[in-house]
Design a protein around this ligand. Structure first.
Ligand code: AOS
Ligand code: ZN
Ligand code: ZN
Ligand code: ZN
Length: 426
C-alpha cells in the first residue's frame, strides 16, 4: 500500500509550487539572522510518537461511528504508524497500552518494527477499567485504593507493563491514574496521596535504570470532586519522592480552562522535571482534538518555552518525549494524526524563528510591546514551506494529507480490513 513511487510522483507534481514558496520564504528570512538549513534539519530530527489508541475512530461518550479499515490487531496498528511515518517521516515510534495491545509474539513484533523503521516509545498501564479476569475492582481507586489487595493488583499490572517494555525496548513507562473521589468526604485526601506514592515506588523499583516513569496529571475526570494527581505540582512532588527517573508528563487537555500551560512548561524545565507531552487540542476540557486546531498561538508559546530551554545552558532537563494523545469521532484518524504532526512541526518551526537575542533584550529592558512584536513576527510567519521541505528532504510527502488521499489509502484499508473493523480503545 502506498508505494514509495506514489509519494515521489506526488511530490513531483507539487515541486515547482513548493520551490517557489520555499525560495520566497528563504529570501524573506535572509533579512533576519536565520540559519534556514539548520531549522529544516531540526524539523527533520523532531519525532512525535503515535499512540496505538489513536488509530481507530475514537470516542466521545455519546457513541462511536466506525469509519472502516481500522486496525484489528497490534500488527495492523504498527502497520498504520509505519504508513504515517512514510508520509511524514516524523512519527517513527508507537506507544502501547496494556491490556489493549498485549504483545503475543514478541520476536515477530520486533521484526515488524525493525522492518518498518519504528520503535516502541512508551508502555501505558490501565488501572482505570476493570478487566474480565481481574479479581479486584478499581471502582474506588487503584494505586491509591484503601485495600492493599487492590493496590497490589494495580502494582503488579504496572510491573507487567514494565516487563513488556523491557522486552520491546520501550524506554518509558507512563502512568495515568483515574483515582480520586466524586463527593466530599469520600476519600481521605492525604492518605490517598501517601498510598499512591508508596505504590508508585514499588513500580519504580521494578524499572530498569534506563527507563523513565512519566506521571500524568489531570484535574477532573472521571472524578469530579478530587483527583489524586490533579496538577503538575502533585506530579512533581511524586517524581521528587521517587527519584531521577521519574518525570512529569504534560497532557495539553489536562488543565482547567485558561491555564497558562507554557508557564508550567517553563517551570518544569527549570526544575529539570519535564518528561513528556501528550499533544492534543481542546477548548473545554480533555477534548482530545487535533493538536493546534483550536489554540495555535498557545501551541507556539509552548514551543517557544521548549526552544528557549533547549538553548539555555542553565537548563539541564533531559530529553522530552513527545506523543499525540487524541482520538475522536468525525475525522479519519490517520488524516487527523498527519494534521496534528504538521501543526506541531509548524509551531516548533515558528519557535525556532523567534529572534531570541532580541527577545531577551526586550525582556531585560521591560519593552513590553517590542517583546510581544518579536513573538508575533515569528508566529505570523507562514512556515508551511519549511515543514514541507523537511518532509521532502527526509523522503516523505510534500503534503502528507493530500498524498494520503491521492493514494486512496483509506479505501484500500477498508478493502483489506472491512467496513466495520473495530479497534480497542476509549
Ligand atoms: C487520559 O485522560 C489520559 O490522557 C491518558 O494519557 C490516555 O488518554 C489514556 O491512558 C489512554 O486511554
Ligand atoms: Zn494523556
Ligand atoms: Zn487525557
Ligand atoms: Zn486527552
Amino acid at each position: 500500500m502506498l508505494a514509495d513511487d506514489h509519494i515521489q510522483d506526488f511530490n513531483q507534481s507539487l515541486l515547482e509550487d513548493h520551490q517557489f514558496r520555499y525560495d520566497y520564504l528563504a529570501t524573506l528570512l535572509s533579512r533576519r539572522a536565520v540559519d534556514l538549513p539548520q531549522v529544516v534539519q531540526q524539523l527533520i530530527d523532531f519525532q512525535v510518537a503515535i499512540p496505538s489508541w489513536a488509530l481507530g475512530t475514537g470516542g466521545t461518550r455519546f457513541g462511536r461511528y466506525p469509519l472502516g479499515g481500522e486496525p484489528r490487531s497490534l500488527e495492523e496498528k504498527i502497520a498504520d504508524v509505519a504508513l504515517l511515518n512514510r508520509l511524514n517521516r516524523s512519527s517513527n515510534s508507537i506507544s502501547l497500552h496494556i491490556p489493549w495491545d498485549i504483545p503475543r509474539d514478541i520476536p515477530a513484533l520486533q521484526q515488524q518494527l525493525q522492518e518498518s523503521g519504528l520503535t516502541i516509545d512508551s508502555m501505558n498501564s490501565n488501572t482505570f477499567q476493570d478487566q474480565k479476569e481481574q479479581p479486584y475492582s478499581y471502582k474506588f481507586g487503584s494505586l491509591s485504593s484503601t485495600e492493599a489487595s487492590v493496590r497490589q493488583q494495580a502494582i503488579q499490572h504496572n510491573i507487567e507493563c514494565v516487563e513488556y517494555g523491557k522486552q520491546l525496548g520501550a524506554k518509558i513507562h507512563t502512568v495515568w491514574l483515574a483515582d480520586g473521589s466524586n463527593f466530599p468526604g469520600q476519600q481521605h485526601l492525604r492518605r490517598a496521596y501517601q498510598r499512591t506514592a508508596e505504590s508508585l515506588a514499588s513500580i519504580y523499583e521494578a524499572m530498569p535504570s534506563d527507563m523513565t516513569m512519566l506521571i500524568e496529571y489531570k484535574p477532573y475526570e472521571p472524578h469530579f470532586y478530587s483527583m489524586v494527581i490533579p496538577d503538575w505540582g502533585t506530579s512533581y512532588s511524586l517524581c521528587q519522592y521517587l527519584g531521577e527517573n521519574a518525570q512529569v508528563l504534560v497532557d495539553l487537555g489536562h488543565h482547567l480552562p485558561n491555564t497558562n500551560i507554557e508557564q508550567i512548561v517553563g517551570r518544569l524545565l527549570h526544575f529539570g522535571r519535564l518528561g513528556g507531552f501528550h499533544f492534543n487540542g481542546s477548548l473545554y476540557g480533555d477534548d482530545d482534538l487535533t493538536t493546534g486546531s483550536a489554540k495555535p498561538f498557545q501551541l507556539f508559546l509552548i514551543f517557544n518555552e521548549l526552544v528557549d530551554g533547549a538553548q539555555d545552558q542553565a537548563v539541564t532537563n533531559a530529553a522530552v518525549a513527545y506523543m499525540i494523545d487524541a482520538s475522536h469521532n468525525t475525522k479519519d484518524p490517520l488524516e487527523d494524526l498527519l494534521q496534528s504532526v504538521e501543526n506541531i512541526l509548524g509551531a516548533y518551526a515558528k519557535a525556532l524563528l523567534v529572534d531570541r537575542a532580541a527577545l531577551h533584550e526586550a525582556q531585560e529592558n521591560n519593552d513590553v510591546v517590542r517583546a510581544e512584536e518579536i513573538l508575533r513576527d515569528a508566529f505570523l510567519t507562514d512556515v508551511r514551506p519549511l515543514v514541507a521541505e523537511a518532509y521532502r528532504q527526509s523522503g516523505g510527502a510534500l503534503n502528507p494529507v493530500a498524498a494520503y488521499r491521492a493514494g486512496q489509502v483509506r479505501e484500500q484499508l477498508i478493502q483489506q480490513r472491512g467496513k466495520l473493523s473495530l479497534s480497542t480503545g476509549l
